[in-house]
Design a protein around this ligand. Structure first.
Ligand code: HEM
Length: 390
């Protein structure tokens, strides 16, 4: 069924400083309304798909639903994020280059560092009795892991945190966001030049040797890859940790269960991934097609909010409830098809270490009384999460 209501304006689902859960509720309401909802983003037509079946199918048909644009308001983008904005065959070649860095074995080898970094954060935070979980824990942690992964000095992590906030937490579009993206690229350009002059045993030095079809990968492509990795790998883990902790702070019965039985943490993580899925990919339609009876023309865009798929009652019993020991949880939080998240093993490891270690040290905590928890659009996430403990 296609909505016959007025096309939505993208700004209707991209609020800033709104109460926690606002964006998820908006997507829930779309799903109740129709299978496909037309919209306009900066004058460009797009369609929101609202059910698991259609969202999964779109992600799995890259020949029709292309990654050449992943930004609703910009079907002809003037920028490139690698590998996110590549289609076959070149996309597959990049995935083969990147696969080993993010393989289960590589991620397992990183585990001692991941644990050490979270311990350091806890040593700093635990004695304080209160913190803003978003700034003091959730954003800091994946940043230090990213620095480890890329072979960068961990002291530089604060600068990453500032860039991340400017790029992703302001609705994604403002001039400051674009300026910050330029700064990130310039930072990596300088670093790549350093590594070219003096190679080390790190990813950037190795990346300088990468070849596709016998040709050395260009400096511009390496910068586009670093920018994408920065955007894909830091804020995602941070926001997933933040929503999970928000849930556990406001649902003490679930928190007490995982403290009593930490063996439940892996299934709780999957359930938080399902229920608080904040990534909403977009695709560009390459040939006239039809989704759930709705004709979509070549050149138009589709929006695929993963939370809509993950809360679809046709797919999950009690889809609107968080059930931390849910079984058979085939959610789409990491996407599907050729662009499925490359960092999912690392993400799961960071989530497991973060949630397990936190509850070993701070088993009981609550939202600071009187604090208003607000979230932003663009890449959906919490602005702050003030919590306190005895
Ligand atoms: C909870 C944390 C995370 C979530 C929920 C998440 C989610 C996603 C999703 C949904 C996609 C697919 C986007 C699309 O189809 O357009 C994706 C792609 C990607 N993710 Fe993640 N991600 C997370 C963490 C990470 C981490 C830690 C890294 C690496 C450090 C990472 C690296 C990537 C990359 C490189 C891609 C692009 C893959 C491609 O285009 O082939 N992600 N992620």
């Amino acid at each position: 069924m296609v909505s016959t209501a007025q096309p939505i304006d993208l700004s209707d689902v991209k609020f800033n400083a709104c109460p926690v859960g606002t964006h998820f509720a908006a997507f829930d309401a779309f799903r109740d309304q129709a299978d496909v909802i037309p919209g306009l983003a900066e004058g460009h037509p797009f369609y929101v798909l609202t059910h698991m079946e259609e969202i999964r199918e779109a992600l799995q048909q890259p020949e029709i639903f292309s990654n050449s644009s992943v930004t609703l308001g910009q079907p002809e983008p003037t920028f490139m994020w690698i590998p996110e904005m590549l289609d076959a065959p070149v996309h597959g070649k990049w995935r083969r280059l990147l696969g080993p860095i993010f393989s289960p074995a590589s991620v397992e080898a990183l585990r001692p560092k991941v644990e050490q970094r979270f311990d350091e954060i806890l040593d700093d935070i635990a004695p304080r009795g209160r913190c803003d979980y978003v700034a003091d824990v959730a954003l800091r942690f994946p940043n230090t892991i990213f620095m480890e992964l890329m072979g960068l000095p961990v002291e530089g992590a604060d600068r990453f945190q500032e860039w991340e906030t400017r790029i992703l937490h302001g609705g994604n579009k403002g001039p400051d966001s674009v300026a910050a993206m330029g700064e990130v690229k310039a930072y990596f350009a300088a670093l790549l030049a350093e590594r070219a002059a003096e190679p080390r045993d790190d990813i950037l030095s190795k990346a300088l040797q990468w070849e596709i079809d016998g040709e050395r990968v260009t400096q511009a492509d390496l910068e586009s890859f670093c920018l994408l990795l920065f955007m894909a790998g830091l804020d995602t883990v941070a926001m997933q940790l933040s929503y999970s902790t928000y849930h556990l702070a406001t649902n003490p019965q679930d928190r007490e269960r995982i403290v009593r039985d930490p063996g439940l943490i892996p299934s709780a993580i999957e359930e938080f991934l399902r229920y608080y899925a904040f990534v909403a990919p977009s695709r560009k339609v390459m040939s006239d097609t039809e989704v759930a009876g709705c004709p979509i023309r070549k050149g138009e865009m589709v929006h695929l909010p993963l939370v809509s798929a993950n809360r679809d009652p046709a797919e999950f019993p009690d889809a609107d409830k968080v059930i931390i020991d849910r079984t058979d949880n085939r959610h789409l939080a990491f996407g599907a098809g050729p662009h499925r998240c490359l960092g999912s093993h690392l993400a799961r490891q960071e989530l497991l270490v973060g949630i397990t270690k936190w509850h070993e040290r701070i088993p009981s905590y609550r939202i600071t009384p009187g604090a208003e928890i607000r979230e932003h659009g663009g890449q959906i996430g919490l602005d702050t999460l003030p919590i306190e403990w005895a």
